[in-house]
Design a protein around this ligand. Sequence first.
Ligand code: C2E
Ligand code: MG
Ligand code: MG
Ligand code: MG
Length: 279
Amino acid sequence: YTEKRSSRHVRVFEPWMRERHRLLQDIQDDLPGAAERGELSVVFQPVVDLRRRKVQGAEALVRWRHPRHGLIGPAEFIPVAETQGYITAIDLWVLREAARQLLPLIRTGQIHQIAVNFSAQHFSTPDFVGRIQAVLRATGLPLNALVVEITESMFMENHQTANLALRELIRLGASVAADDFGTGYSSLAYLQRLPLRTIKIDRSFVATSAQHTGIVRSIVEIAHTLNLRVVAEGIETPAQLGVLRDLGCDFGQGYLIARPMSVDDLSVWLRDWDAAALT
Ligand code: C2E
Ligand code: MG
Ligand code: MG
Ligand code: MG
């Protein structure tokens, strides 16, 4: 490694830092054309109804296979896509792919809804709702099969515009879920003001410590008071599942139930999944 010394600081550059810097640079340089080059793909993670013990739907999650770096997760490139202005194009690409690939499963009633993540930036681009409608019209997916997942930060930034757009989406039949709930500056006022259908409790609260259980209990109570449904994210153990069901969580998602997967694997999973796994 190389060392740079100044009067006050010692900076050490180790090989992994150089590699990291390279990755971030390549993400910036290569992201713009990634979809066109066929490097993006979508995987689907089932969402199950914990009460009825049935599959409810699936969440679409984007993946990027970079020619040199291999699989890069959204946590790495979504922030870059947001600052560089590519995120709205990516989200709509994911929506189109998810709609196209899952439509047969919706038509046969194997799943009922498809959840897609939308960045806050959509609310500062004109005709957000029109773009979603156009994609769905082109693919044939009915709007009532769409769950629009948004994070709390967007209630803060653009809540006036967001509110209008979301109300329009709901009028057209879609539903809206608050993703990663509890990690941002959650305000009860937003929960009431926004036309939400669902709250997704962030997986950081899904652990089974007494404190986390208390937090989840409170969120479920508030949600149900406001007539909202609750999805628990990141369920990894039978113990977590048991606690969440006892607390009245409506839906669940996590590696214990299924990992995100391709549409082909999802079809097989849907055929083979045994609801007894939820007992
Ligand atoms: P998210 O929307 O909260 O999605 C859930 C994340 O948790 C996914 O990570 C999923 O793979 C992961 N996960 C699910 N079950 C478990 C579990 O049991 N344990 C653990 N440790 N993790 C679990 P992923 O796919 O890496 O996505 C990360 C985030 O990137 C997403 O969080 C979402 O905020 C964002 N993202 C993903 N796809 C898109 C997209 O198409 N558009 C936008 N704007 N954001 C996206
Ligand atoms: Mg999500
Ligand atoms: Mg989440
Ligand atoms: Mg998240």
